[in-house]
Design a protein around this ligand. Structure first.
Ligand code: FAD
Length: 534
């Protein structure tokens, strides 16, 4: 059968693209290499049969604000959102906690108790966000340049200090939080959110990300799907199938067929061919698209050269625990946070991130962690906790900044030793943590990539989120949209603008570009012509 479109990969972006094209009346086939759909939005019961574990991602503020995902009405396909009693907690060395609540007044009251005046400073930041936030989010989640939301943003900026506010957003998180807040509690809330991507806390872009995620925590929260992360992508797949779309799992695409600079179909590892009439959407990492799936002869030499400087984000080690009781945190907040950040201070986070950038395995890793049963009681038996923590490690290791025992080969021994280092950090904040452990699983960079080929060396964002590879530079300068130099082939993964996170914008942009080109009957995308200097 000849399909209107084939989507390679059933991650959230692939499934968004597939649904969008199906809604436009196209016949669509999704081919997924793994045995199940979901990409980095999946859950499993491997750690313990009574515990649901989110295999990779867990909290979805970006899905909650995504108009694309909202437009699919996934609640009618079984998706139920749940919220933890509080959004985010950050334990400090003195046993106190910085806590982000969905209610900004509660957040501010808590911060004021840490440092008088920080509550008001927090509320001022919130009211500035009220003006610019919606335009900023709209600008980020639509193709670049964001004409409509950009105009709204310009108008809103006048009310929040104009260029001064732009400067604040461009100020690195470390400096921005030092300027705005007197106490460490408010600072770690922003800096910890900034550290969700690999932008150094002393580099521009980190302040904006920190503010964005912290403010979203207060407007939409950090919701989780009831029953496990996988329920989000399962709902997308159910909607797609209900509309007549077809998904084949255990179907790895090994080649995109190109004739006369046009994508004509794909071939899978078992030799099957799937011809397409209109488009191939690639929910694959850019390095695989240009380096493996296309015949080198089909890739313009300028693109092959530019891809040599494509930069991955750092690797990741994730540890999942099944715990037989709540985590015995010192000074645990009354309202349990879903997300918990682990670092002594902004300086501690900055050090850990700079060690990773410099190729060193961090001595005291900055950890993001999730109390999933506190967020959604359906994850494990009452009174227990399904818990995870992850941290970043270098793509190429030159040294171990800790006790020197970890080589960076990420074999089982390396992974277990590093997981012990992570667990020791938790034990310090929650004495007795180890006695609660029923089971533990460690996923190092290789295990991650084996479960999802897009997570190259454990890179979770499809390429660095630093400014030099964002916007018009993502994935390559001049190819900052979903179009590729091959007609009918569109990049719809997190390697495309606006990058990592579960918002579906990369997939939506790719589907909309495919629809637009099909309608316009265009031969070669102008953006690609420009990039290739033709
Ligand atoms: C450990 C971890 C934690 C994260 N935490 C969060 C979080 O809490 N919140 C958040 O918003 N984001 C989080 N992220 C990021 C987020 O999950 C990703 O940005 C998002 O999943 C990207 O979606 P995608 O569709 O582009 O790619 P993926 O989700 O990676 O999906 C790509 C799919 O394509 C398939 N594929 C690849 N190559 C082929 C091929 N040749 N043939 C067929 N199929 C192929 C893969 O098997 C995979 O299923 C996290 C990521 C990781 C790894």
């Amino acid at each position: 059968m000849t399909w209107d479109a084939v989507v390679i990969g059933a991650g959230p972006n692939g499934l968004v693209a597939a649904n969008r094209l199906l809604d436009a009346g196209w016949s669509v086939l999704v081919l997924e290499a793994q045995h199940e759909v979901g990409g980095a939005v999946r859950s499993d019961r491997e750690v313990h049969p009574d515990f649901v574990t989110d295999t990779f991602s867990a909290f979805y503020p970006l899905a909650a604000i995504s108009s694309t995902i909202a437009s699919f009405g996934l609640e009618s396909h079984g998706l139920v959102w749940r919220h933890a009693p509080s959004v985010l907690g950050h334990p400090l060395p003195d046993g106190s906690w910085a806590v982000l609540h969905r209610d900004r007044e509660m957040t501010a009251t808590g911060l004021d108790a840490h440092q008088s005046g920080d509550g008001d400073a927090w509320l001022e930041m919130c009211s500035q966000w009220d003006r610019v936030g919606p335009h900023l989010v709209g600008s980020l989640l639509t193709p670049f340049p964001p004409v409509r939301h950009g105009a709204g943003m310009l108008a809103a900026l006048r009310h929040v200090g104009g260029l001064d506010f732009v400067k604040t957003m461009l100020t690195p998180a470390g400096e921005m939080t030092r300027k705005r807040f007197g106490g460490e509690a408010a600072r770690v809330l922003i800096a910890g959110n900034a550290a969700h991507a690999d932008i150094p806390l002393e580099a521009p872009g980190s302040g904006l990300l920190g503010m964005l995620l912290a403010m979203l925590g207060q407007t939409v929260g950090f919701p989780v799907p009831e029953g496990g992360a996988g329920e989000l992508t399962q709902a997308m797949a159910r909607r797609f199938r209900a509309g007549g779309g077809e998904i084949r799992t255990s179907a790895e695409v090994t080649r995109i067929e190109v004739e006369g600079r046009r994508a004509t179909g794909v071939r899978t590892a078992d030799g099957e061919q799937h011809p397409v009439r209109r488009a191939v959407i690639a929910d694959v990492v850019a390095t695989a698209l240009y380096g493996q799936l296309l015949d080198p002869a089909a890739v313009p030499s300028s693109v092959r050269t530019a891809m040599r400087s494509f930069e991955l984000d750092p690797g990741t080690v994730k540890v999942d625990w099944a715990l037989d009781g709540p985590i015995p945190w010192t000074g645990a907040p009354e309202l349990a946070p879903g997300t918990v950040h682990v670092a002594d201070s902004v300086a501690d986070m900055t050090l850990a991130m700079s060690q990773v950038q410099a190729g060193a395995i961090p001595a005291a890793p900055f950890m993001l962690s999730g109390q999933m049963t506190s967020s959604d009681p359906a994850r494990s038996p009452a009174g227990t906790e399904s818990f995870w923590a992850y941290t970043h490690v270098p793509q190429r290791t030159s040294s171990d900044a800790g006790d020197g025992s970890i080589r960076g080969t990420w074999d089982t021994d390396d992974c277990e030793r590093f997981a012990d280092r992570m667990q020791a950090r938790l034990e310090r904040l929650a004495p007795g943590f180890g006695t609660k452990v029923l089971a533990r699983r460690v996923l190092g960079p290789h295990q991650m990539q084996a479960r999802n080929a897009n997570l190259v060396g454990g890179a979770l964002n499809g390429g660095t989120a630093q400014l030099h590879q964002q916007l018009v530079f993502r994935p390559l300068p001049g190819l900052g949209r979903a179009e590729t130099p091959i007609r009918g082939l569109f990049l719809g993964s997190a390697s495309a603008h606006p990058g990592g996170g579960v918002h579906g914008a990369c997939g939506d942009n790719a589907a909309r570009a495919a629809l637009w080109h099909a309608r316009a009957g265009r031969l070669l995308p102008s953006v690609a012509r420009g990039a290739l200097g033709r």
